[in-house]
Write a protein that binds this ligand. Structure first.
Ligand SMILES: Cc1ncc(COP(=O)(O)O)c(C=O)c1O
Length: 407
């Protein structure tokens, strides 16, 4: 009989991985407190306000604005920067759709550029090439928790007078040269959706060190109101992006664990780097030496099919799951999403921009193709396990590599 669990063999994984989301009596207590206070709404409350302050401080920012989710954090940021119809924003082609759809939401064009073939973060050379007179901002996504090249992106944005936005949906507590991400540009946006590094089911945050930006963003997130003004004054276009007190209360507790959990995820990921490099055909996402801590929303590795008897990524993932190792496929390239292929995205644009041929849809984006179709992700809760768990992951991979031709 084959040793592979998928073919009836024994699973490589013994004890289960830690469950996610993690909670204890602190979350229960925090929720009960909100319940009994009868203050469930953010506006008169203190829980979300306090969480905004703590989260911003944790990331070295002067301001934090809690919002309903990570997509909303991007939408509010883009609106607060005044980005609008006719403008362009440079976005990596390899990311979750929200990074680009938030730009379309503002009726602006997301210009999709390829990523670095080793870190899978936006390629600064290609960012430079994509800049023109319509460009207003660059969105850097810290893929899987690994910061994009913030030295180069900050320099480019500074030289060209563009806003740099960090999409930190994967990167709570990640560090670049010893400094936490989120304040290298004008704003950093975060998600607290269920799979993220800390969660309230849904939720988001914008952090910034710019007082001017904060005033705009806070107003946009609260129906265009201004602090201290009459409740029914609406000074700018805005919407209701406010986070509830329930979520603020839970997230405050989750934040209290983030540093310890990040340490564990980062250290386990480095152990996996060492173990997985020994397995033929497996290449972990590169860790740039300037990334002093990776928040590790995911552990990403490339699988060279040739060394795995031509095994498809889908079949590889099934085999890993059968061994008891949760793992998943990557994001598809954005330019191949239906809305870009069938032209639906143009409905968000106007004038010449809606009719133009958008070059990025026809370009070859080889690093994105590689990242999208040939990498596999271990979700972050796996990295909260112990050393034995990491050895079991490596053992499962070795087993699949050895027996790939049976699959
Ligand atoms: C890179 C990236 N940006 C933005 C988002 C949007 O966050 P949310 O799901 O909270 O709207 C996500 C969510 O998965 C993401 O992965």
């Amino acid at each position: 009989m084959s040793a592979l669990a998928m073919l009836g063999g024994k699973k490589a994984k013994g004890k289960p991985f830690p469950v996610w989301p993690y909670y204890d009596s602190n979350e229960e207590h925090a929720l009960k407190e909100v319940l009994e206070s009868r203050v469930w709404w953010r506006t008169p409350g203190t829980k979300t306000l306090n969480f905004e302050r703590s989260f911003a401080e944790f990331h070295g920012a002067r301001h934090g604005i809690a919002v309903t989710n990570g997509t909303a954090a991007l939408e509010v940021t883009i609106a607060a920067l005044g980005i609008t119809a006719g403008d362009e924003v440079i976005v990596p082609n390899f990311t979750f759709v929200a990074t680009a759809s938030a730009v379309l939401f503002a009726n602006a064009l997301p210009v999709l550029v390829d990523v670095d073939p080793d870190t899978y973060c936006i390629n600064p050379d290609l960012v430079e090439d994509a800049i023109n007179s319509k460009t207003k901002a660059i969105i850097a996504v810290h893929m899987g928790g690994h910061p994009a090249d913030l030295d180069r992106l900050k320099a480019i944005a500074g030289r060209k007078g563009l806003a740099l936005i960090e999409d930190c949906a994967h990167a709570h507590a990640s560090e670049w040269r010893g400094r936490r991400v989120g304040t290298f540009g004008v704003a950093g946006t975060f998600s607290f959706q269920a799979s993220k590094l800390m969660t309230a089911g849904e939720g988001g945050m914008i952090i910034s060190n710019s007082d001017k930006f904060e005033v705009h963003a806070r107003s946009v997130h609260d129906c265009g109101r201004m602090p201290g003004e009459w409740f029914y004054s609406h000074f700018v276009y805005g919407s209701n992006y406010r986070l509830s007190e329930w979520q603020g209360a839970i997230l405050q507790v989750q934040l209290g664990r983030l540093d310890q959990q990040t340490k564990r995820r980062h250290e386990n990921a480095r152990l996996l780097d060492r173990l997985l490099r020994e397995i033929p055909g497996i290449t972990p996402q590169k860790l740039d030496e300037r990334c002093t801590r990776n928040g590790q929303y995911a552990y990403i590795f490339h699988v060279n099919k040739k060394v795995f008897a031509g095994l498809s990524t889908e079949r590889f993932i099934e085999a890993m799951n059968a061994e008891g190792i949760p793992n998943q496929a990557s994001y598809p390239p954005l330019h191949q999403l239906d809305m870009f292929r069938n032209g639906e995205y143009r409905k968000r644009l106007s004038g010449k921009q809606a009719k133009d041929k958008h070059k990025f849809l026809k370009q070859k984006l080889p690093a994105t193709e590689k990242a999208a179709w040939e990498t596999v992700w271990l979700p972050q809760p796996v990295l909260l396990g112990d050393e034995e768990d990491m050895h079991e992951i490596a053992a499962a991979l070795e087993k699949i590599q050895r027996s790939a031709k049976e699959l």
